[in-house]
Write a protein of this length. Structure first.
Length: 488
């Protein structure tokens, strides 16, 4: 990759670690080298999200932003799970949303609405771009039933007492199960765990669950009233919007097994196609060395780390991005406050850079901007190595803060600004708002404007139209318009 052919070259050099093959592979979209389809498992909306959840959505926001930056037409689908996610991996747990509705004493759909609104707000605060399609499980019941029917007719699922289960023994005779999580199927089948009597095998998972008479979230189906299982919604909605074989499927590493493995089995069983080309998994955010999780009461909200200290949400984003998405990241206030320092260092220097107006035309630079741009892209192209990109951004800030930046020629300043802004704002999605001016500063500003208006009135009295016009135009350019009264 050379700077000369940057735009073509960067597209062809993106490598993604594919969890399916366990290797970094060059990214080649399935369709036409132009369109990219991504599906990311969204939240189950029964709770406020913690910052661990945010890590996963920030990581995929970078993937989405970068693919768009490279010029791909991206269709990003991220679902909302609003039914069917049971309390435990076995098939006899309670639906998480129904349970919460019982606890809060409101309708399940009120729970869904309440936490979906919160989820959207949170992601917006963190400058996470919305997906192109955000389908819900309850909005795709008919489609889920259709796939279940297909699996039954392919003899890969069976109905019993109004519930339908995926037949893993049968599937394993035709395909291999465990290709993603590398679970040895024999080991799985040998597990001696008690299970719902009606299933043929412990590993069989539910596609459709019969609903009890007092269950609110239920729909008619060929097997009676019930509701879909959790895994089937993602197979259904991803293939509906992205096709039977699509480019990227992502989610947290905790979803690899059984959720993603079951998605694969359902898709292959229904369509006999490959399903997904690149699987991407983000690692966990931990607290006190343990996975951040609601169920173990080991979590922090955005509020705990941002609002409490009156910090910009971008600092949490920056803190998260400083660790590679495939590594575990442990939250500590010490590291978080260090990230704050780094964040402001970058913002301060980008501010200086954006305000430099070089008049020098002769190239005489000790900082090689083109190599720097090349190194930045090289880092992102290496399976989204954002920590390395951040190291290059710090190199840039050292130079910007040095005396030598003043000697940089016009053209290279232009390049430097352009790419620094691309990396920091467009790709990393950081945001920076200058602090509000103090009361004292704003009083001074008001006095200054008043003085300018007085000078202008004086100028008009003296028929100095050039000066009075200039003051009017200058004030107008900063949003202050003057209504002249006739003087004579
Ligand atoms: P859930 O609503 O529990 O399905 O989680 C929504 C998303 O957040 C999933 O993609 C999970 O993999 C991810 N997630 C959950 N806990 C963590 C964590 N501690 N760190 C990073 N991602 C997480
Ligand atoms: Zn999913």
């Amino acid at each position: 990759m050379k700077y000369k052919n940057l735009t073509n070259d960067i597209q062809n050099h993106l490598k993604i670690y594919n969890s399916l093959t366990g290797k970094k592979e060059f990214f080649k979209p399935i369709h036409n080298n132009k369109y990219v389809g991504i599906y990311v498992c969204g939240p189950t909306v029964y709770n406020y999200l913690h910052i661990g959840n945010c890590r996963t959505f920030i990581s995929f926001d970078i993937v989405y932003r970068y693919l768009k930056h490279l010029g791909y037409k991206v269709r990003y689908v991220r679902n909302i799970t609003d039914v069917g996610h049971l309390e435990n991996e076995k098939d006899n747990g309670e639906d998480k949303i129904c349970k919460k509705s019982r606890i809060e004493g409101i309708e399940p759909m009120e729970i869904v609405q309440k936490y979906t609104i919160h989820f959207h707000k949170l992601l917006n605060i963190l400058n996470i771009l919305p997906p192109n399609i955000e389908p819900t499980a309850t909005g795709h019941i008919i489609e889920q039933i259709d796939i279940i029917k297909k699996l039954i007719s392919n003899k890969l699922a069976y109905e019993i007492n109004g519930s339908v289960y995926f037949d893993l023994n049968q599937y394993c005779k035709l395909y291999s199960y465990g290709i993603l999580s590398k679970n040895k199927i024999k080991k799985l089948f040998n597990q001696k765990i008690s299970f719902s009597e009606e299933k043929r095998s412990y590993q069989d998972f539910s596609l459709w669950k019969r609903a009890h008479y007092n269950h609110i979230m239920k729909w008619n189906s060929p097997w009676g009233e019930g509701f879909p299982g959790w895994h089937i919604e993602c197979t259904t909605m991803s293939t509906k919007y992205l096709g039977e074989y699509f480019d990227i499927h992502g989610g947290g590493i905790d979803l690899k097994f059984p959720h993603h493995e079951c998605e694969i089995a359902q898709a292959i069983g229904a369509y006999n196609n490959n399903f997904v080309r690149y699987w991407m998994h983000t690692n966990m955010l931990t607290l006190n060395g343990k996975k951040m999780s609601k169920s173990t009461n080991n979590f922090l909200y955005l509020d705990d780390v941002i609002n409490k200290f009156k910090l910009s949400p971008s600092i949490l984003r920056f803190f998260i991005l400083k660790t590679h998405y495939r590594n575990i990241l442990n939250f500590s206030y010490e590291d978080f406050l260090n990230a704050k320092k780094g964040f402001y260092k970058i913002m301060k220097s980008i501010n200086i850079l954006n305000n430099i107006n070089s008049e020098i035309t002769k190239e005489n630079n000790i900082f090689n901007v083109k190599n720097w741009i090349y190194d930045c892209y090289k880092s992102i192209n290496d399976d989204f190595n954002i920590p390395l990109l951040i190291t290059h951004l710090f190199k840039a800030t050292h130079f910007i803060n040095s005396f030598y930046i003043k000697n940089m020629d016009k053209y290279h300043i232009f390049l430097f600004k352009k790419y620094m802004n691309y990396f920091v704002f467009d790709i990393l999605g950081l945001q920076y708002k200058e602090k509000n001016t103090s009361k004292e500063d704003s009083d001074k500003l008001k006095k200054l404007i008043k003085k300018l208006i007085e000078i202008r009135i004086e100028a008009r009295k003296q028929k100095n139209w050039i000066l009075s016009d200039r003051i009017r135009k200058e004030l107008y350019s900063i949003g202050i318009s003057l209504n002249d009264e006739k003087l004579f």
